[in-house]
Design a binder for this molecule. Structure first.
Ligand code: HEM
Length: 557
């Protein structure tokens, strides 16, 4: 083809050039939205928007810089998807509480699968309302009290494990140990399965839990879809369905299916061989899960069954509570959409049960584990705080094991944990999708916008937290709390969609801290990183572990 009768260009090359030009214009137009709306923000990198910064500096540091530079409301682009970062407490109240009906759902950058939408964390509209109201009773104080015995056992194992790991005064990686501890807690409180992941760091639950941990969505596929969101519905689901965590999902599904089957008929618990054989047969036939997984699962299952045979297990776990919430009306088993009335007479269907059990497992493991390991780091690097905490624990408990009621008496512990959550809250970002155009505090937010909360940056804003990097539990005295705006401290989110597992997380973290401090104190060693380097994902983690000296308390058992 000739251009202006001068240059001869092959047709295919011209097509490519035109395509590139079209994409560049598309990118430029997409990246002009916040400027047109008068919202401050950084100049986006073509096609990638802010993603390059996130990958280079990590989500938490990138957002901290953005909020410090542009203020509490910042317009950015994840690829070509417009995101409004909101770290203004007043605006957060409007979006997450007052105008919740306009922001009821999470923003999901990829096309969600049916399974993703069946879990309470990603469910939408009335379906979310139904799931949330069905699952919330699972986390009441009364139900949590029933879990205390299980948590207690895991705490004892944690202490034993620290003791054996430190051996002859070797430093201990508390990140690994805390991960194994919360894995034990969630396995027993969610599924009634006792896995000794603390003594077996290569345990399959730990392996699959880690593999499936939040942050998986930051795959190249997700980035690709963020760059070209118009392709979301065409290829998003296919790519994600095919590639992300298939073996992980399969593992959890099989484990759960058999656990449910076992419970359906009380008498089957007595016969170990039949159900176990069936499960393994099914896995082998499918040929998808490795031999090691089968062996692990067989062992875990066997121990769960053995416990039931010995009558030790009373099914006081989330799985049982969820099973109790289903089969109220079997013929509506497959219903998963419609108005609230259509959910009225049914419990959880199979897909919802599976998806939520896995959600609890994944949401409850990594978040709590990292919070706890940062707490140990804070103790080691703030000896005065540690001393005060030990004094309180000794005075209130007099060396006895903590009971549920004791935990609320430990006021300094409450302040300490809050300060840990302020500086090291695991969920550094959570979001909502704007359903209809709306103007809030002079900012126009178009329908479909992702509203993301950079909580790491909010929790380090010097306007609310003077000398923000300083670790100081006294920030959480009643007097000091009253001086700050509501919603300036939101480690578990805000409003009707606040973290459903908050009480469990706080209970297990506090119990573990009490157990540890009744037996040990923490100090730094030459391998302790100060300050800690964070990983770059959406969950706050110490990149190089939390390595500390753990010293037995001379005055303890
Ligand atoms: C220290 C530990 C934890 C932290 C910091 C944390 C933080 C959060 C945050 C920030 C959210 C988003 C809330 C919002 O959008 O407003 C959330 C949601 C959620 N969390 Fe947690 N979480 C923790 C532990 C747990 C545990 C132990 C469980 C379950 C056993 C859990 C289950 C969930 C679920 C299911 C949701 C989605 C709720 C919904 O959409 O209705 N989390 N969490």
């Amino acid at each position: 083809m000739e251009i202006l009768g001068v240059i001869s260009v092959p047709g295919w090359l011209l097509t490519i050039l035109l395509l590139i030009l079209t994409f560049c214009l598309y990118s430029k137009w997409k990246h002009s939205m916040w400027k047109r709306l008068g919202v401050p923000g950084p100049e986006p990198t073509p096609f990638l928007g802010i993603l390059k910064e996130y990958f280079k500096k990590g989500t938490c540091n990138a957002e901290l810089e953005l909020v410090r530079k542009y203020g509490n409301v910042v317009g950015v682009y994840q690829g070509h998807i417009p995101s409004l970062l909101v770290a203004d407490p007043e605006m957060l109240k409007v979006i997450f509480v007052k105008e919740f009906s306009n922001f009821p759902n999470r923003f999901i950058p990829v096309k969600p699968t049916e399974r993703m939408l069946a879990g309470v964390a990603l469910a939408q509209g009335t379906h979310w309302k139904f799931l949330r109201s069905t699952l919330s009773p699972t986390f009441t104080v009364g139900k949590l009290k029933l879990m205390v015995q299980k948590i207690d056992k895991c705490c004892q194992a944690l202490v034993d494990n620290i003791r054996s790991q430190r051996g002859d005064k070797h430093p201990v990686d508390m990140k690994e140990l805390c991960g194994a501890f919360t894995m034990d807690v969630i396995a027993s409180t969610a599924f009634g399965i006792e896995v000794n992941s603390q003594r077996e760091p290569n345990n399959r639950f730990v392996y699959y839990g880690k593999k499936a941990a939040v942050g998986q969505l930051a795959t190249s596929f997700a980035v690709f879809i963020m760059m070209f969101p118009f392709l979301k519905n065409v290829i998003g689901a296919i790519l994600l369905k095919g590639r992300v965590g298939k073996d992980v999902i399969e593992f959890f599904d099989t484990a759960l299916r058999s656990a449910i089957d076992l419970r359906k008929e009380g008498k089957e618990f007595v016969d170990v061989s039949i159900p176990t054989k069936n499960v393994i047969g099914a896995i082998l036939l499918k040929g998808r899960v490795g031999k090691d997984v089968i062996e692990f699962f067989d062992t875990a299952l066997r121990s769960a069954i053995d416990l039931r045979k010995e009558g030790k297990e009373q099914y006081q776990d989330f799985l049982q509570l969820m099973i109790n919430a289903r089969h109220k009306d079997d013929h509506q088993e497959n219903q998963s959409s419609g108005d609230m009335q259509s959910y009225k007479n049914r419990g959880l269907n199979e897909m919802e049960l599976k998806s939520n059990a896995m959600t609890f497992f994944l949401a409850g493991y990594d978040t709590t584990a990292n919070t706890l390991s940062f707490a140990c780091h804070a103790l080691a690097t703030n000896s005065d705080v540690q001393k005060k905490l030990i004094e309180e624990i000794d005075t209130v408990l007099c060396g006895e094991k903590p009971q549920y009621e004791d935990i609320s008496k430990l006021q300094y512990l409450e302040r300490f944990v809050n300060e840990v959550l302020r500086l090291y809250g695991a969920a550094i970002r959570f979001n909502r999708e704007c359903q209809r155009d709306i103007k809030i505090k002079d900012t126009f937010i178009p329908k479909g916008t992702d509203i993301s909360v950079p909580s790491f940056a909010l929790h380090r804003n010097p306007d609310y937290w003077p000398d923000p990097e300083k670790f100081d539990p006294e920030r959480f005295t009643d007097e000091n709390i009253a001086k700050r705006p509501e919603y300036s401290f939101i480690p578990f989110g805000i409003g009707p969609r606040i973290c459903i597992g908050m009480r469990l997380a706080l209970l297990e973290a506090k119990m573990a801290l009490v157990y540890m401090l009744q037996n040990f104190s923490f100090t730094t060693c030459d391998k302790t990183e100060i300050p800690v380097t964070f990983e770059k994902g959406f969950i706050l983690k110490a990149q190089n572990g939390i390595v500390l000296n753990v010293n037995p308390r001379k005055d303890t058992r």
